[in-house]
Structure formats: C-alpha cells, structure tokens
Write a protein that binds this ligand. Structure first.
Ligand code: G6P
Length: 595
C-alpha cells in the first residue's frame, strides 16, 4: 500500500527514483510523484495514475551532480486520487512522502491553520510538513524540529522528508509501516520494501518502530541492525507472459515443489522452523489473516482438524483486533500473510504476543515486519508475487498448512507412516495438477464470453471447497469488478436461492472425492430454478450449462488444487475480456499497511 523511495548521491536522481517507484507500483497506483533537491533547488513533479504518466511529465528534467530525492506511489486513504493529493507534499522549503495514516491530523491541521499555515490538499500527510516547518521557524535546529514533529503524530507512518535548510540530508521516521535504508560506496537508498534496492546495495538496515533520524553519506554506519540484502530479482520478471498474474498462475507447480523441499520426505514431514515452539503444549490453534490469506487460513482449518485432530479457529485480523479476543492456554497463534506487512495482521500478532502466547507466521517475505515480530516462521517459497490478485501465494500457503497438519499429526503420534505416505503422494499429485493444462486454459478462455453480464456470480462448494469457492469469488471480483460471492452450497437454500434465475451465474465446485452427491443435490436445486451452472468437476453432470473438466483424481486435495487453477484462470479471462488491468486492478493495493 503506497510505495516510498529516497536517494542521496551523484547519479541522475530522477531515474533512480522512477526506477525504484516502478518496483513498488503494484502496491498502489492512484498517483505518483517525486521531489529532487540539488544545488539548492527543490523540484517536484506529480501525476495522477501510473508511473508512466509521471515519467512523461518530467521527461525533459535531469539532475546531474550531488543531490537527493524522494518519491511516492499512492493508494489513496485521505482525499481523492488527484494531483494535488499526490505525494510529495510541500510547505515553503520542505517536501515529504508518507505511507500510513495520521490519525490525529484533523486537530493538528486546525491548530496549524490558526497559525496561518495554508493547506491545499485533503490528505493527512500535508500536516506533517507544515508542522515541521512551524517547528523549524521556532527553533532552527532541523533534527530537533523533525523529532518534535514526529512525536506529535498518532498513527502509522513511514516518512521521508527533505528540506532546503539541510540540503545533504534525508530525515526519516518509522512507526508501523516498513522502511529500509541501504548503502553502497557513496550512495544511500530508502525504500518501503527491498525490491527497489536489489542490485543497488548489498547492505540494508530494516528500521524498527520508533526510528527517527537524519541520514547523509557520513552516518549510515551508525544504524543498527545492518544486514546483507539477498540479490534475487529474477523471480519478479514476466518471463514472456503478458501479465504477472498469468505468469504467477503458471509457475505454481514449481513454487509448490520448492515449498515442499526439505519439509516433505517419503513418509514423514519435517518442519525445522517449529523447533522454537513447545509443540507438546499445543491443544488448539487460532489462524488469523486478511483477504486471500484468510481463505487459505479457512482451508487450513479443515486440514488441521481432519488430519491433526486439533481444534482450529479462524479469525479475520481486522475483526480480531478489537473483539477483546480470548485464547486458551496451550493455544498456538498463527498469522498468515503473503507480504508480511498487512497492518491488521501485524497488530493482531503483536496483541497476542504481548499476552504471552506462542506465535507462528506463515509468510512469503523474509525479513518482513510479521516475520520479525513472530516467534518463528514457515516461509512459503512463492517468490515475489506482483499480481495484486494473489495466486501462487495462496497455493503455497495452503501447501504449508497441509504440511503443518501432517507434521502435527505425526508429533501427536496419530499419523502412521502408511498414512503419511498417502498424504505425501497426494501432495505431489496435487502439485502436478497445478501445471496449467493448455487445453483447459483455452476452453476457459472460450467459455468466459458467456459470463460477462448477468446480475452476479455465486461460487459454491462444501467442506474444504467452501473456502476455495470464497477465493474463486474474490479473484473474480478483484479483477473483473463483477459482483461475486462464495457460499457453502448447502446454505444456498436458506436465502440466496431467491436470486436464482437465468441471469444468475453459478460456478459449482463438484469434487468426486468429497460429498459429491450432497453438492450435486444443491446444484440441482439451482439448476431447477434456471440459474446458469458452470460445473467444475471431472465427470459430466447433466444439470450443467458449462463444464470445466478436471482430471480424475484419487483424493479431494488433488481436486482442490486443480480447481483452484481453473478458478484463477476463469477470473483472469473474464477480466481480460472486459478490458481490465489484471495486474493492477482499480482501487486495490498489493500490501495494505493501513488498518
Ligand atoms: C490486500 C491484497 C490481497 C491480500 C490481502 C492480505 O488486500 O490485495 O490480495 O490477500 O491484502 O495480504 P497479505 O499480504 O497479508 O497476505
């Protein structure tokens, strides 16, 4: 959610900033802007929409010689996505970029207005720069003024500020939103995640909450927690696919195998990561997450109860935080997050950690805030996921939860080796079934032409296919902007069936290995009321209007993974037919660092 970059050095600052922003663009793309301070001049460019618009705007500008700059790509929270509301925001001699939300901005704004400060945007961020300038006018000590400003803010923030009063320094502050500083020989880089820094620096410092400082070429070494930066950028290229989302769907079989390496043996599971946890004391589990990760948590709850026989609850992080949650002693608290930066999930984790519970995260980004905060982490090895609609992160999360269920069953002594072997064989087959079958993709591409109108979609399934139905509906609405709901098929008769008519589209998940007859009856009830049925199943079902044919499989999890791919492709193809931007759908952001 929003992306921040900063640069100090002699290279051409505009391109440094724009290149960094492009790496972060998938996190927010309502508007973007840069400010450059060189030889005493402070220049700002802003544009609504994508970075390419900003690039066109500053096409003729270059900045040679020593200088510094800050940049921002925005996902709007306060104020519409207009140029005026785009960052950097400015006062008379200083400019600022900010990720997060300043909760007390209204009262700060009112008192600054009384002082005569003039506001032009509707954002919360603008108060920071005016407050800073007001302190500078009173004290002249820049760092002191900046520190006082930050101490007045309530909320979450990662902030970079540059000022003509101190033309070699970037002032920074972090609380709740990620911020990283990196250095090479004679350049300093700032970014809100490590992607823009890869290839530019070898060492970084992941700032801790409460960090406030002034950075110039002389004082990088004074930072705490300097670490080497991994240099793996290849995973973030499109590899010949037109869209990141498509590429990420296609590479699922590979990243699933990577996620299994070392953790799945012939007849047993190994999770070295759990050494840090007292496994014998675990009597129940709470899984907590947002969005797609919440759907993988729901999926995991079925696996943990079926395989490991451990009572498992699932919580939406934004709800959990404020419900005064009660955990039992012996409860393991597990958060699931692709990015490791989702504010609600991170705060839920902190809350439970403060209460003294053991915490485990399942996360795709090493060194992210959630990874650093939890007692231990099982990393999903999906590689960088750029498509805003999550695909390979979901499948690798489900795989980790499946492994976790097997591992905990093993620890409890309730998983004979022959059973473990069966699960493991099924894991390999399921992974194989995520390899995209081109014929199936072509078929889905063709049939989506019939699903572009109507008054909405129901994705239905039972048992573990219910969370998959939820995920299928979420994928579709995220990128097609059509209304879609996931529903347990047995519940349709208790209300939603009232919507059934020829214009209601119903995508029915009909696994042959789990409650087939039951779901068939539920689908028949809809078919009898003329709903258009798209059956996802391996055997022809006469009540369907369309059929996405899956493979004959031995277990329901094999069917689960193949159906998951079918639903992802369905959403992708509907969205493309509607002419949408599948990688950067409207109003969304990849990583949501505000609550
Ligand atoms: C955003 C993204 C979703 C994602 C959710 C949780 O809303 O658009 O795709 O599922 O955040 O993100 P996390 O990184 O915690 O899994």
């Amino acid at each position: 959610m929003c992306g921040i970059v900063g640069y100090i050095g002699n290279s051409e600052k505009k391109s440094m900033l724009l290149n960094g922003l492009k790496e972060l663009e998938y996190r927010g793309y309502d508007s973007a802007g840069i400010s450059i301070l060189s030889e005493g001049n402070l220049q700002t460019f802003k544009a609504v929409g994508k970075i390419s618009n900003l690039e066109r705007k500053c096409h003729n500008f270059t900045s040679e010689g020593f200088g510094l700059g800050i940049g921002h790509t925005r996902w709007a929270t306060h104020g519409k996505p207009t140029e005026v509301n785009a960052h950097p925001h400015f006062g008379t001699f200083s400019n600022i970029v900010h990720n997060g939300i300043i909760e007390n901005y209204q009262s700060l704004k009112e008192s600054l207005q009384k002082e005569g400060k003039h506001f032009i945007s509707q954002t919360d961020t603008e108060v920071i720069v005016h407050l800073f300038e007001s302190y500078v006018e009173k004290s002249q000590n820049i760092l002191e003024a900046f520190t006082k400003t930050i101490h007045n803010l309530k909320g979450a923030y990662a902030i970079l500020l540059i000022t003509q009063k101190s033309a070699d320094t970037i002032y920074y502050a972090k609380n709740g939103s990620p911020l990283i500083i990196g250095k090479n020989n004679n350049e300093i880089f700032f970014a809100s995640s490590d992607a823009p820094l890869i290839g530019l620096v070898t060492e970084v410092s992941y700032l801790q909450d409460g960090a406030i400082g002034a950075m110039n070429l002389q004082n990088f070494k004074n930072l705490e927690n300097i670490q080497p930066l991994l240099q793996d950028k290849l995973t973030a290229q499109k590899d010949g696919f037109a869209f990141f989302m498509e590429k990420e769907i296609y590479e699922q079989h590979r990243v699933l195998l990577e996620t299994m390496i070392g953790r799945v043996q012939e007849d047993c599971f190994i999770l070295e990561e759990l050494r840090a946890i007292d496994l014998q004391s675990i009597s129940s589990i709470t899984l907590c997450a947002c969005g797609t990760s919440y759907h993988s948590a729901l999926t995991g709850s079925y696996l943990l109860e079926k395989i490991a026989k451990i009572k498992t609850k699932v919580e939406i992080a934004s709800e959990f935080r404020y419900k005064e949650p009660i955990l039992n002693s012996g409860e393991l608290f597990v958060v699931i997050s692709q990015s490791g930066e989702t504010a609600d999930t991170l705060e839920a984790l902190k809350l439970i950690k403060r209460q003294g519970f053991q915490t485990l995260s399942i996360c795709n980004v090493d060194n992210s805030s959630i990874v650093r905060e939890s007692h231990t982490t099982i990393l999903t090895r999906a590689g960088i996921e750029k498509g805003v609609a999550s695909t390979k992160a979901f499948s690798t999360q489900v795989m980790v939860l499946w492994i976790l269920a097997g591992f905990l069953a093993q620890i409890k002594g309730i998983l004979p080796k022959t059973e473990a072997q069966k699960i493991i064989q099924s894991m390999f087959k399921a992974t194989h079934l995520t390899k995209v079958n081109i014929k199936m993709h072509e078929h889905i591409k063709r049939l989506t032409k019939r699903y572009l109108h109507g008054h909405g979609f129901f994705f239905i399934g039972r048992d573990i296919f219910y969370p998959l139905a939820l995920e299928g509906a979420l994928k579709l609405k995220e990128i097609s902007y059509l209304h879609a709901e996931g529903y347990p098929s047995g519940e349709m008769k208790h209300g939603p069936i009232a919507l059934a008519d020829t214009r209601l589209f119903c995508v029915a998940l009909m696994p042959q290995n789990l409650l087939y007859e039951k779901i068939k009856s539920n689908v028949e009830e809809l078919s009898a009321r003329d709903a258009t049925i798209c059956a996802v199943t391996s055997e022809y079902y006469e009540g369907s209007d369309d059929w996405i044919k899956t493979s004959q499989a031995q277990t329901y999890m094999e069917e689960f993974f193949e159906m998951m791919v079918a639903l992802q492709l369905f959403a992708l193809e509907v969205s493309l037919r509607l002419g949408n931007d599948v990688d950067m759908p409207r109003n969304l952001a990849k990583s949501v660092t505000v609550e």
